[in-house]
Design a protein around this ligand. Sequence first.
Ligand code: SF4
Length: 262
Amino acid sequence: MQSPGEAGARPPVSDPAYPAQMAARSGRLDELDARLIRCRACPRLVAWREQAGATRRAAFRDWEYWAKPVPGCGPSDAALAVVGLAPAAHGANRTGRMFTGDASGDFLFAALHAVGLASQAEATHRGDGLELYGVRITAPVHCAPPQNRPTPGERSTCRPWLAKELELLGPSLKAVVVLGAFGWQALLPVLGDAGWQLPRPRPSFGHGVHLTLAGAGGGRPLHVLGSYHPSQRNTFTGKLTSTMLVDLLSRAASLAGLGGRG
Ligand code: SF4
């Protein structure tokens, strides 16, 4: 994983240059993930993720929190990516796997299972046997932020990790589902950096919005679909129902050539 001489050249894990330099050196997703989980480039988020792990929520007091950057999960040749915003302090920051261990994840994995993209409807911890079929779940910010709101600077610092992840998925990637307006705002610049051509002005987020982005040099297009985030605020109020999410994921799966439920 580490090339000869790399140790002397790489920036410290707390250096803002660490994500860009280490992402650039990663030729495989497993290399990228191994470097990502050492990252400490955002002091505010490092403090928050570790504080959550040290204090713990009462219901999880017996847990050893992950309390590190959470890598994407799913196969390295995924045709579909599902992109949220950032791990939740007592969800993925606890379990170490995206969307695993909180109500948003319960809603999402049940829908993925209904569409045939996940082996089971429940995701509780990294060893629970869950398999994802043709889909990778990731985020533009890999550490839990206070109030679930990373700053623009933190989004920018973390951007190289997702840009590289999408580049490495590139040969197989055909569609992306973006969960929520904040994820949409964070993802579009990453797709632009990765070579896909963004319409101007940039389209606004909405549930069901569908963009077809041309690849650089006439490369294969990428379908980008917006979905309301499966937050409790949205699911408890009925703004996002199970049927809405299943329908949207099914449409995305079909666009990605995964069949989908419908
Ligand atoms: Fe590193 Fe991203 Fe976490 Fe910042 S948010 S410390 S760049 S992994």
